[in-house]
Design a protein around this ligand. Structure first.
Ligand code: PMT
Length: 223
């Protein structure tokens, strides 16, 4: 059995995409499958944690020993994250949250306007879930984010680490066809204020175990 590096710890993890309705039949979303976040949830449970997995709309089975909360929209994911963070030691944000949502959700199916080949969709910014948790002064867990980047991966990830006041960030080059969204494999760099640790390409399930061990060491190891 793996070492129980998270024994007695409560861990909340966001995974998968969010989905923002435009009307009763259409939505904005992205290609996140949830595989990375679900693998982390499974690894954290194997490491002895009590795990709450906040899952967007994905087609994945719940890992053994994990409490799953299903959500659709970003606002639902934020509410579930706030509830879980009230009683958790470690918060890991692997979800691919939709940054903007339609300003108006049409109650009826939106019609094509006659004779016009262009239309405009007004969007409003969604709340930033991981930054909201990391901004807490009370009941603030150790907070780990992901950064999905297509260029200047480390620089952009370090920018997000600082701007969102995270404790660690997992930099993920999502332009790599062998990794990122929907793939079974991934390659990431784990970053905090004391340095960068590249992890070699691996199955998301294997990478998740390594991340859990490294994060637990940084968050909870007695110095
Ligand atoms: O789900 P898979 O198919 O397995 O793919 C895995 C993954 C590529 C989705 C995953 O490894 C990953 O990189 N997740 C983060 C995706 C993302 O949208 O990153 P970002 O750089 O836009 O966001 C930075 C961080 O802020 C992330 O921790 C994100 O969860 C969080 N965030 C972003 C916006 C928002 N409104 N709220 C947030 O909490």
């Amino acid at each position: 059995a793996p070492e129980q590096v998270l024994a007695g710890k409560k861990v909340a993890i966001t995974a998968g995409p969010t989905r923002e309705a435009l009307d009763p039949v259409r939505y904005l979303s992205n290609h996140s499958s949830g595989k990375m976040g679900f693998a982390i949830a499974a690894a954290a449970a194997r490491a002895g944690a009590e795990v709450t997995l906040i899952a967007g709309p994905v087609r994945l089975a719940t890992p053994a020993g994990v409490n799953r909360v299903d959500v659709i929209s970003t606002e639902e994911m934020l509410a579930a994250a706030e509830r879980a963070a009230d009683d958790c030691d470690l918060f890991i944000a692997a979800a691919a949250v939709v940054d903007f949502r339609p300003e108006v959700v049409s109650s009826q199916k939106i019609k094509k306007s006659e004779g016009d080949d262009h239309d405009v969709l007004q969007l409003v910014k969604n709340p930033d879930i991981v930054a909201t948790i990391a901004a807490r002064s009370d009941k603030r867990p150790f907070v780990v984010g992901f950064a999905a980047e297509t260029e200047n991966v480390v620089e952009h990830a370090e920018g997000k680490l600082a701007r969102k006041n995270l404790d660690m960030i997992v930099a993920n080059d999502v332009s790599d066809p062998e990794g990122g969204f929907n793939s079974d494999r991934n390659e990431v760099i784990l970053i905090d204020r004391s340095g960068r640790q590249p992890l070699p390409p691996a199955l998301k399930t294997e990478l998740a175990s390594q991340l859990v061990t490294l994060i637990a060491d940084r968050a909870f190891a007695k110095k």
